[in-house]
Design a protein around this ligand. Structure first.
Ligand SMILES: [Zn+2]
Length: 115
């Protein structure tokens, strides 16, 4: 179910037909690159979880880009959506995409299902 990060923007695009929104929401998922970074530096095994002691996949609070302070920053960054300038609106969509990413990660953590 990890594909929900990518399916949700596509579903929204189906209804809203906004390419800038689709691009921004998909780019917001790039915060998951910290998972790759931790595996490259060997802090987490390639096929294991960052918190294997909990017995499930988790990311918020375990990876550098998955922290609550950045979530708050990204939430505030969604105010750029109200800008008239297209590059700033794209930033707003990216921030919203990253914030939605956090919500889905948190939902996955608390439900125990990989979303
Ligand atoms: Zn994530």
């Amino acid at each position: 179910m990890i594909f929900l990060h990518y399916i949700l923007p596509l579903v929204l695009f189906y209804f809203l037909r906004d390419k800038l929104m689709l691009l921004g929401l998909l780019l917001g998922n790039l915060i998951d690159l910290d998972h790759v970074y931790y595996r490259i530096i060997g802090k987490v095994g390639w096929f294991s979880s960052a918190c294997s002691s909990l017995g499930k996949e988790c990311s918020i609070g375990f990876y550098p880009l998955h922290n609550p302070y950045l979530a708050l920053l990204f939430c505030l960054g969604t105010l750029f959506l109200f800008s008239k300038k297209k590059p700033l609106r794209l930033c707003g969509w990216i921030f919203l995409g990253a914030f939605i990413h956090y919500l889905l990660d948190a939902l996955a953590f608390f439900s125990g299902v990989m979303i």
